[in-house]
Design a protein around this ligand. Structure first.
Ligand code: XIL
Length: 367
């Protein structure tokens, strides 16, 4: 099924760099080249099926030094039936990344939204066993191929009302908060080389919600460090909203506090929700680019910030456009434009904002 959509070139091992493409590539001018000049990396989320789109592949080659599977490494995709695992999609992405000289982020070992349906039937002991096995087997399968694993995704939900702000997931309810350090320890044992991340959304904006979320994330990271769990990275998703305030100073303070804990930081899912912006593409793209630039300038000023990954390259693939979340849906019929390339793979002002932010970023200290 998947193979039908992939060009012979890719199935033959992705060795050629001559995919037919509308994007003109000048060596060194792409986003990753600009990032790498500062000791940073730039990447994008993709699906295996998208590797069959020559114009996208050309842009990936032009701009990315890092890829991440948008959904194919999630538990419910890898293990749709208990004990029956398939790694076909993410293995294809991993192979493409390897032959293209790109790194691969792992996303995500545990996420409440990606638990397979069958896990809902299990007793606490069986669930603990299944979750442990999933983390260990998946991390072992990709060992040596992952730069950073998002071990745990979105485990905080302040509205759930717990004093520790943890999300009341099924794993939490049945196994208790220890499921968190346990996942990190298992991932470390299975893949000693990957950096291990906690990844979450909602920290970025200067809202009451954002401030609370930042406190909760810092509390979780501190608790994890205190417990000896091998957490090394905070992934800030970077799902920005053009209708929310952003304050560079408070964002930099937060990143500084994370760095103080001895962690590095990655922006893992950058895109801009434009649902409240005017429909006309000109002003909309300008506002999206402006927020992107302010966010990246503030982020890249923090030496512990190491990579920026966009949640897709082209608007035509964005989950924002699909309206997965109610907060993504526009009132008019205009299509969302949250990413650096438009539907025809033309570079938008957001692409230029990212390029300019890398160009003016300070060089990272050597690791
Ligand atoms: C989303 C994908 O974009 C969708 O294709 C999928 O249907 C659901 O997941 N935070 C995350 C990502 O960490 O894994 C989510 O990705 C978007 C929100």
């Amino acid at each position: 099924m998947l193979r039908r959509h992939l060009p012979a070139l890719l199935l033959a091992g992705c060795g050629s760099t001559q995919a037919a493409a509308p994007v003109r590539v000048t060596p060194g001018s792409g986003l990753h080249a600009r990032a790498a000049a500062k000791g940073l990396a730039f990447g994008a989320a993709i699906t295996a099926r998208q590797l069959g789109e020559p114009d996208l592949v050309a842009a990936l080659r032009a701009d990315c030094g890092l890829l991440v599977p948008e959904y194919e490494q999630k538990w419910r995709i890898i293990e749709p039936e208990r004990g029956r695992r398939s790694f076909a999609g993410p293995d294809m992405i991993a192979r493409f990344a390897r032959v293209s000289g790109m790194g691969l982020r792992g996303h995500t070992l545990l996420w409440h939204e990606s638990e397979p349906g069958w896990a809902g039937e299990l007793t606490p002991a069986a669930l603990a066993e299944a979750a442990d096995r999933h983390v260990a087997v998946t991390a072992a399968h990709f060992a040596g191929r992952i730069t950073t694993w998002d071990v745990l995704n979105e485990a905080i939900h302040i509205a759930d009302g717990r004093p520790d702000w943890l999300r009341r997931t099924r794993l939490l309810r049945l196994l208790g908060p220890d499921y968190i350090p346990r996942a990190f320890t298992l991932a470390r044992a299975a893949d000693p080389a990957a950096r291990l991340a906690y990844n979450d959304y909602g920290c970025e904006h200067a809202t009451l919600y954002g401030r609370r979320k930042r406190l909760a994330v810092l509390a979780l990271l501190r608790a994890l460090k205190a417990s000896g769990a091998p957490v090394q990275v905070l992934g800030v998703q970077g799902h920005l909203s053009a209708h929310l305030p952003f304050e560079a100073n408070e964002w930099r303070d937060f990143l500084g506090e994370v760095a103080q804990l001895g962690l590095t930081i990655e922006i893992t899912e950058l895109d801009v929700n434009d649902r409240a912006l005017p429909a006309a593409p000109g002003p909309r793209d300008a506002a999206v680019a402006d927020l992107t630039r302010r966010f990246l300038d503030a982020s890249l000023a923090e030496p512990a910030l190491r990579s920026v990954t966009a949640w897709g390259l082209s608007d035509r693939h964005s989950w924002v456009r699909r309206g997965v979340l109610a907060d993504h849906r526009r009132r008019d019929s205009a299509l969302a434009r949250p990413l650096p390339y438009d539907d025809e793979m033309r570079r938008k002002p957001m692409w230029h904002a990212i390029a300019a932010a890398f160009d003016s970023a300070p060089v990272r200290p050597a690791v």
